[in-house]
Write a protein that binds this ligand. Sequence first.
Ligand SMILES: CC(C)(COP(=O)(O)OP(=O)(O)OC[C@H]1O[C@@H](n2cnc3c(N)ncnc32)[C@H](O)[C@@H]1OP(=O)(O)O)[C@@H](O)C(=O)NCCC(=O)NCCS
Length: 314
Amino acid sequence: MEILDLRHFSSVDLRPLLNDETRVWASLLSWDYNGSAEMILRYVDAKILPGYAAIERGRIFGYSFFVYEGSKGVVGDLFVANGARVPNAREVELKLLTHVIETLQQSPGIHRVEAQLLAHEAGSVARPFLDQGFQRYPRLFMVLELTNATPQAPAMHPEVEIRRWTEADYQPAAAVITAAYRGHVDAQINDQYHTLSGSLRFLNNIVRFPGCGLFDAESSYAAVDRKAKNLIGLILCSRVRGDVGHVTQVCVLPEYRSRGVGESLLAATSTNLRKRGFSMLSLTVTEANAGAVILYRRLNFESKRVFDAFVWEG
Ligand SMILES: CC(C)(COP(=O)(O)OP(=O)(O)OC[C@H]1O[C@@H](n2cnc3c(N)ncnc32)[C@H](O)[C@@H]1OP(=O)(O)O)[C@@H](O)C(=O)NCCC(=O)NCCS
């Protein structure tokens, strides 16, 4: 087995592996990975995707890639085909990650590395990260089955209105995200939340790029103070499969919490998806964000998987 630079290969070499990965994402996460796979293949053909491929007898059976965002490196993905041809997939995963981590930590100007490995069980590939001084944050992948029964709309503070998301909410939403995550564990995992410009970049990625499903404006909502008319909370939802929605963001300004706004935002999204025939709504939440986990459990979200987020600061 050899580990080689991913930029030596083309989409023809990588496509069979991505087809395997698409099947794994469908079964583990009810996620249609085809859009992401096509994007990865375009970058591979352009020879601009940094990463490593595991090769045996000329065939790629595992890969991991990363991206640079300013002074930050983000591990994009890790996948190794499991099966008779691959006797020890875990060892290959660890080798690929070791290469990726070393490369990122030694890249000039890179002071931070983030990774979220959704399709990997918590702890399973932690070793190379922990050995290199990364912090580990267990996160839950939770799912709400959208059965026909519509839940009772929660009682909410009369001064707050929930209405459909619009393009004009973009700027104020970045300010709400920055304020909502001040001192929050998720701001340790994703440093975009620290600043207004970072939160805008986060929004831009979610709304304009298809990396995390296709943004679904119809099931995304804003919470507005009726009197002051300003945005005080939001929920953003993307379509990750024809009939599956995924909450990419939900937050409420600290001074408006514990009044049922968060619950109402989640109810607005799930009610909309139900009406449109969706079968499922998923989300991810950091285990240490206990209040949010309690809220989701109360709303019948079930925890399906635990995965890890890793962060290193040099
Ligand atoms: C999670 C969040 C959106 C909930 O919004 P909210 O408007 O406070 O939610 P609701 O008022 O509908 O429900 C709150 C209930 O959920 C639980 N809960 C929510 N947040 C909690 C917290 N921080 N601590 C303890 N309990 C919490 C409690 O059961 C609470 O009931 P109570 O306040 O009456 O005791 C809000 O806390 C928030 O913006 N947090 C920061 C961003 C975040 O963590 N987003 C989720 C990322 S996955």
